[in-house]
Design a protein around this ligand. Structure first.
Ligand code: PMP
Length: 361
């Protein structure tokens, strides 16, 4: 090996678009009231945790996981009431599934299209994989700009379209009719990302059989299993068969498989928690809308988007008072002075409101 420095090797060898990226920043949250990452604030009841502990104690962690956990997939299909002929593919979180989809369609020159502002991983993963990315701006009220989106689809002929339903970070649910028109007009695959399905009142799962180019992606992260990393794609076996070829054989570990299966047996407990979060979302929305200088946006997710003057200073004020939320200011022109807060427990929400009032001054 010639005497060259690691940094000059890195500059030579790493793709320029990767060199230009900054890593996805996850702030240190220790000691804070953590309302930044759309997690469910509740643990499951102690008796259920003890059952999980016993399962974990007996788990064969010396063995590789089941590469294709049929029973767990079956359990998910039954919970979803999937239409005939549809199946699921499991991912290590849905982030992994976005990557897998992009890898599958990234022929030279292929385009990934989404709307903006939306989940930043769509753009980031397109860059990782070397796909072209097109982001169509939402309307000023964060609804879909249908005419602009349809025009972009005609112009760009994207191989892959992602629509987050409800959308992150704006929290709203797009018009189902507009989404249907986008799916119908798309020459490529459309993935409706239902990460926040547990807090919303609509889903495209019942419509899977109507569109040959539709897949629905979900995650259990927001339903109390963020630490397990489990997401899935639901759709026609014809698509999933191809995507399975790209899935790394042991992408879902022994413990996530075991614990998820146990938790999904008690799906009722998780849905009850989601129901509580929806009630608390309504209360938090009401409280925020009464604070002078705060604009809060309607949400069908487990978080709220708000706009406030000098958002970065307010974000820092909240941090100084022990509350961590997400500062979106500067991330996208349509998110100037925007903050995003995850709905926590009622006590956490109270602490957030008090800290917000003090930070606004
Ligand atoms: N899709 C959307 C819209 C999200 O907001 C998130 C998480 N922030 C994800 C997918 C990824 O979730 P996970 O990887 O935890 O399954």
């Amino acid at each position: 090996m010639p005497s060259v420095s690691a940094s000059s090797l890195v500059k030579n060898l790493i793709r320029s678009e990767i060199l230009a990226l900054s890593a996805y920043h996850v702030p240190d949250s220790s000691g804070y009231i953590k309302l930044d990452a759309m997690e469910n604030p509740y643990l499951v009841p102690l008796a259920l945790r003890e059952e999980i502990a016993a399962l974990v104690a007996g788990a064969a962690i010396n063995r590789y996981p089941d590469p294709n956990p049929f029973a767990l997939k079956q359990q998910i299909c039954e919970l979803l009431d999937l239409p005939e002929g549809m199946a699921v593919l499991l991912g290590n979180g849905s982030d992994e599934l976005i990557q897998l989809l992009a890898m599958a369609v990234s022929k030279p020159g292929a385009t990934l299209l989404s709307v903006e502002p939306s989940f930043v991983m769509y753009r980031m993963i397109a860059t990782f994989i070397g796909m072209r990315y097109v982001g169509v701006p939402l309307a000023a009220d964060y609804s879909l700009d249908l005419a602009a989106t349809l025009a972009a689809i005609r112009r760009e002929q994207p191989a892959l379209v992602f629509l987050a339903y409800p959308n992150n970070p704006t929290g709203n649910l797009f018009s189902a009719e507009a989404v249907r028109q986008i799916i119908a007009a798309s020459p490529g695959l459309v993935v409706v990302d239902e990460a926040y399905y547990a807090f919303a009142c609509d889903s495209f799962i019942p419509h899977l059989a109507e569109f040959p180019n539709l897949l629905v992606m979900r995650t259990f992260s927001k339903l109390g299993m963020a630490g397990l990393r489990l997401g899935f794609l639901a759709g026609s076996a014809v698509w999933l068969e191809q995507l399975e070829k790209l899935r790394l054989p042991y992408n879902v570990g022994v413990l996530p498989q075991l614990v998820a299966a146990k938790l999904l047996e008690r799906h009722d407990v998780l849905l009850q928690q989601a129901g509580q979060i929806k009630l608390d979302r309504a209360a938090l929305y009401q409280q925020l809308s009464e604070i002078k200088g705060v604009t809060v946006y309607p949400s069908e997710a487990n978080f709220l988007l708000l706009r406030v003057a000098k958002a970065t200073a307010v974000f820092e004020g909240l941090k100084q008072r022990g509350v961590l939320i997400k500062n979106l200011n500067g991330g996208h022109p349509m998110l100037n002075d925007c903050l995003r807060v995850t709905v926590g427990t009622p006590e956490e929400n109270e602490r957030f409101i008090a800290a917000l009032q003090e930070s606004i001054g």
